[in-house]
Design a protein around this ligand. Sequence first.
Ligand code: ZN
Length: 470
Amino acid sequence: MLIRNAEIGIARARLVDLRIADGRIAAIAAHLQPRPGETVIDAGGAALLPSLHDHHLHLQSFAAAQDSLACGPPQLRDAESLQQALHRRHAELGAGEWLRGVGYHESVAGDIDRDWLDRCGPARPLRIQHRSGRLWIMNSPALTALGVDNGGDVPLERDARGRYTGRLYDADDWLRARRPRTQPSLWAISRRLAAHGVTGVTDTTPDNGPETLQRFESAIAEGGLLQDVLMMGDARLDQHIGGSGAVRRGAHKFHLHDADLPDFDALCAAIRRSHVAGRGTAFHCVSRTDLTFALAALTEAGVTPSDRIEHAGVTPPDLLGWMRELGVAVVSQPGFIAERGDAYLTDVDVDERIWLYRLRAFLDAGVTLAGSTDAPFGDANPWKAMQAAVTRRTERGVVLGAEECLSPEQALDLFLMPADLSERVVRRVQAGAAADLCLLDRPWRQARESLHTVMPRMTFKRGLLIAGLG
Ligand SMILES: [Zn+2]
């Protein structure tokens, strides 16, 4: 295949012809002659970039969210609209079907519980996930359907009188065992990611195990999942070596939460075991306390180039210095500033706001930084996340942490980092490289002005067109 008139090289852009053969970039030159029968694509001067890698998302939750009602901003902003949406959805569902909501945030209707849902929602099993992904809120019919309305040893929150509030924290395993759900197809979300130019993802779900790895491998083999996957998961994957190549085993993921931190020595032992198994570790760190705990554990257990911090939601200077010393990478979600920034402005202490989801500071300190969307907990469009990294503008237009703004080129590079961050080198369009490519709809000098409006024309993985019209 020959792509003609493509703009490559961001800093010093030039128009070239580029040949793809056997899944690789075979040649790049000012002019290449088409071979007999060769497919020729005219890029018309548009930018040809390496395809993107989303370094932190959750494929299965993303697929499930497609069938769910959005229960938070920007779709819904107040109690009344939530109530209406729940009843509208109720009318569309069959008898006995569960109504599943996602993306709830307390700015909509406060700390809602079973009683609120019973009062305001429809009379069918109903569960709503908080946008943090850690909390499910269920109504009474849902508790009945789960068989837990009569008490017993269940992880549901109770009120002062011992009655279930319908709120269930960090108990996806328990919920899944009670209510095995039919696995949603990955096809639609995979196509959507491909349309954004994404050919690789890191699935960072902490309870991924061998069966999920198997599932992703089958989906790829059957053509239902187009992306390469680096799959994080729990300790079970320490024993799991190999894989088809399309799904690679990723880090041992620890979901730290400052209100309920794990035993420090046990955490260090688990880190050591994963390291011995040739595996990195990754830590969900939203608060300052989470991050301090993770860095202390890595300092104690030892650090490898594959260890990483997810989110780094609050990073004061002393912790930044510690991260640099340890050499851990950071995977940030720049889109959160746009999507959640207005909530941060009310929820986060003034003195901590300048340390929220920092970007520039990590680059300046020489800390390896990669970008992600955290779909479905953030918007899955990486171009929107890039734009947020450039503007740091909240929905209401407030600039949050202006010092942390990146240039459009730096923002792009966050998604051009290799899946394995220990390699630490940004991918570029060059002869010999894998033909994982993304042809934009415009030259880079136009794209950089409004990254959020970029719509890739075509996406190639190993030279095969996986999105766009050939
Ligand atoms: Zn996540």
